[in-house]
Design a protein around this ligand. Structure first.
Ligand code: C2E
Ligand code: MG
Ligand code: MG
Length: 745
């Protein structure tokens, strides 16, 4: 029906956006997983490299130990060879010779304990004797723990290294047993016996560099040269369990096994000790964090961009739509209208003003006024076709662009007026309003946005002036009238500056006694060019332009001045009624102005009476009510003027601070012949009295009207029959003649 906001076309589909958001959220996690994997691989390789370096280092050190051990063993047992060589030639060696050689050997090898000669495996000599006497005569064949090894040496004709053994003399020792053979005739070999060299194993190992404080853990096994089969010789047996670095030491008749491990275990074996792994892991962490942060910033940026998009949409709405009704505003409507004009099919522009909207706002409050606008909008939309447009210009003004043919548009205009006449339900308050519509046709009344809107507006004012609840098509004369009004406005301003205003006075009489009750001040403008101008011509304009405020002040001043003059001259015609416009009450401190005018001229308040028209009273109830009650309290009488034209009820007026009702001339002019007029006049008089008002009839022109009203009980009357409005000087003359006049009737 009515065009609404266009969705931004560049917006992403929600599913795609959600997928993108999930992916970007997973991105840092992905980086972390891949990074940790790579770090582990790198770390693992690094640990392996470290470990092999460590193994190689240790192996090199272990081979040093092995070399030292083998050297020590060789040094320790080499002496046996010389002695064995000597014996093997003829099966003998002199005691002195043996002792001499043994002494030299013991002197050169500090940890050598003793050397023993055992022909036929029975010890016959030992050096040194001291401390070793116990072994002289020892028969190895009676030693089951030593014999098998000795037997194998004999069999293989090679020396063996037994031990470590516990020595009879105490301590732990290695025993080098060298089988000795004597070569007989024809190359036959005879077993002679053995030479044993006993060395302190712990000192030997120490000499080879095996110390507890070595930079690494070391273990030696292979007692009796049995290698892995042999018992532990030195160090912790557990080193052999997962030994990565091992080595063999050749010993006579077999070998020893060495195992080494860095002190405190293998450092390079742990992944978490790899600097490369830790470095790669830190890099991964930092990079993932960086990506996550980047992602977050990106997401924040995206979020802001949507936020921004929403603001744009909101701004777009604010710039082009009315917040109360949701209708396009003036800016958008002007675009729509110029597009409509460009199509060249012809169209109608309607300006609609809701009559009585101000009362709703004043009496029920702005929220109810807004509700009425919304309900009215809903009703309007039902009367429009899809190609029609409507906008709210502001306040209670709407403008329409109707694109149908003339007959259809006329029909729609009437429907719009009708739809407003149905009561509005404003949260339980029934409200009645009407509409005034001005209509301008394109192209007859204008071919551009401005002139069409202007002409529709001019026509709408004509509809309002015609009495509201009406519509008027634009006519060129309306613009002429508008120009006249503008001219009039200029002249009015000048008139105010030049004091061209004066008051005329119309008598008000008591219909029973015929006594003069007072006078009403009626404003006149003595225009130097046009002569006397009636208030009916300039008061409405003064009200629309706000000039009524200074004008009203002028009236107050003139009225009070006149009262003061009459008092001074002893020709007071009674209280003086002045007319007041709604705007004066709404926009100025009227009570204060009035009080100060009275004070300036030293007048009692009872000499003034204030008239406010019924329709204006209805338009500005709250303020008017407050002002009227203040005036009453001061002693100023109050009157409702033109009663019967403003749709108020008597019961309603009763609640207002009012003393007099003035029946509008419209109800008097058809008296006494028109039955309706008679009924209305009687009803107003009777009901008005019942509610405590004094009733005045306006516009009495005939004696019949006078008589009827008098008989109907109306209190006072005004009219040409009794006296026309006249300048003050004329009034004095009129008053002088009046009793005569009265007597004549
Ligand atoms: P109103 O207050 O109802 O005044 C009565 C109008 O009816 C006056 O017209 C008066 O000349 C006219 N009139 C009185 N008797 C008869 C009669 O027998 N026959 C006919 N045909 N007319 C009669 P006027 O003076 O032209 O004033 C018109 C309206 O202008 C007043 O109506 C009042 O509403 C407004 N007005 C006049 N003076 C002032 C003023 O000082 N301030 C304001 N705000 N409005 C004023
Ligand atoms: Mg009046
Ligand atoms: Mg009147």
């Amino acid at each position: 029906m009515i065009s609404s906001n266009k969705l931004a076309s560049d917006e992403q589909p929600p599913a795609q956006g959600a997928l993108r958001r999930t992916l970007s959220r997973l991105l840092p996690v992905g980086f972390a997983v891949v990074g940790i994997g790579l770090s582990m691989v790198l770390g693992h390789l690094d640990a392996k490299r470290e470990q092999s370096e460590e193994v190689a280092n240790l192996a090199a050190r272990l081979s040093g130990v092995r070399g030292a051990l083998e050297a020590q063993l060789r040094a320790a047992f080499a002496e046996a060879e010389g002695i064995a060589q000597l014996i093997s030639t003829d099966g003998r060696i002199s005691d002195s010779h043996f002792h001499g050689m043994a002494r030299d050997a013991l002197a050169s090898v500090s940890y050598m304990h003793h050397i023993a000669l055992a022909p036929a495996d029975v010890v016959v000599d030992v050096y040194p004797r001291d401390g070793n006497e116990r072994i002289l005569g020892l028969d190895y064949r009676g030693l089951p723990e030593q014999m098998p090894l000795l037997a194998s040496a004999r069999e293989r004709e090679e020396p063996v290294l037994a031990g470590p053994l516990a020595l009879y003399q105490g301590g732990r020792a290695l025993v080098y047993r060298r089988p000795v053979f004597i070569s007989g005739k024809r190359g036959v070999k005879f077993y002679w016996g053995n030479i044993s060299i006993v060395a302190d194993i712990d000192r030997l190992l120490l000499a080879a560099g095996l110390r507890p404080e070595t930079g690494f853990e070391l273990a030696v096994r292979g007692s009796d040269g049995k290698g892995a089969e042999g018992a532990m010789i030195w160090g912790d047996e557990q080193l052999f369990e997962h030994a990565l670095v091992t080595s063999s030491v050749q010993v006579p008749g077999g070998f020893w096994q060495l195992a080494a491990e860095p002190r405190g275990g293998w450092s390079g074996l742990s992944l978490f000790c790899s600097p490369l792994f830790l470095f790669a892991l830190s890099c991964t962490g930092l990079f993932s964090l960086f990506v996550a942060q980047l992602n977050r910033k990106q997401r924040l940026l995206e979020l802001r961009n949507s936020e921004l998009h929403q603001y744009q949409v909101q701004l777009e709405r604010l710039a082009h739509y009315d917040t109360i009704t949701g209708l396009p505003n003036r800016v958008l409507f002007q675009q729509q209208l110029s597009e409509g004009i460009a199509q060249g099919h012809g169209l109608a522009v309607l300006m609609l003003d809701i009559d009585g909207f101000k009362q709703v706002n004043d009496s029920l409050g702005h929220p109810m006024g807004d509700l009425l606008l919304q309900q009215a909008t809903a009703r309007f939309l039902q009367e429009l076709d899809s190609q029609d447009r409507v906008c709210r210009l502001g306040g209670d003004e709407f403008v329409f662009m109707l694109q149908g043919a003339q007959g259809q548009v006329n029909h729609q205009v009437r429907a719009l007026l009708r739809c407003l006449q149905r009561p509005f339900d404003l949260n339980g308050n029934a409200s009645l309003v009407t509409g005034s519509i001005g209509l301008a046709w394109c192209p007859q009344h204008g071919e551009d946005v401005d002139s069409l809107l202007r002409h529709a507006d001019t026509a709408m004012y004509a509809a309002k002036e015609s009495g509201r609840n009406a519509w008027r098509p634009y006519q060129a004369e309306m613009t002429d009238r508008l120009h006249q009004r503008l001219e009039l406005e200029r002249n009015l301003r000048r008139a105010l500056e030049c004091n061209e205003f004066e008051l005329w006075y119309q008598p008000k009489v008591d219909l029973f006694s015929g006594r003069l009750e007072g006078v009403e001040a009626l404003l006149r403008w003595r225009d130097p060019e046009h002569g006397l101008v009636s208030p009916a011509e300039f008061i409405p304009l003064a009200e629309r332009t706000g000039l009524i405020i200074p004008l009203g002040e002028r009236v107050l001043e003139l009225a009070c001045q006149q009262l003061a003059d009459w008092r001074a001259g002893d020709g007071l015609p009674g209280p003086l009624a002045i007319n007041v416009a709604a705007l004066q009450i709404e926009r100025s401190d009227y009570v204060t102005s009035l009080a100060s005018a009275l004070e300036r001229h030293d007048l009692p308040a009872s000499l003034l009476e204030v008239e406010i028209t019924e329709s204006l009273l209805m338009e500005s109830q709250q303020q008017a009510c407050a002002v009227l009650s203040q005036l009453q309290a001061m002693g100023v009488a109050t009157a409702v003027d033109d009663f019967g034209t403003g749709y108020s009820s008597l019961a309603y007026l009763r609640a207002l601070p009012i003393d007099h009702l003035k029946i509008d001339r419209a109800f008097i002019k058809d008296l006494p012949d028109d039955d309706d007029a008679v009924a209305i006049a009687r009803a107003i008089v009777d009901l008005g009295h019942a509610l405590g008002f004094r009733i005045t009839a306006e516009g009495i022109e005939t004696q019949e009207q006078y008589d009827f009203l008098r008989n109907a009980g109306c209190d006072h009357g005004q009219g040409f029959l009794l006296g026309r409005p006249m300048p003050a000087a004329d009034l004095q003359r009129w008053m002088a003649q009046y009793p005569v006049h009265k007597r004549q009737r």
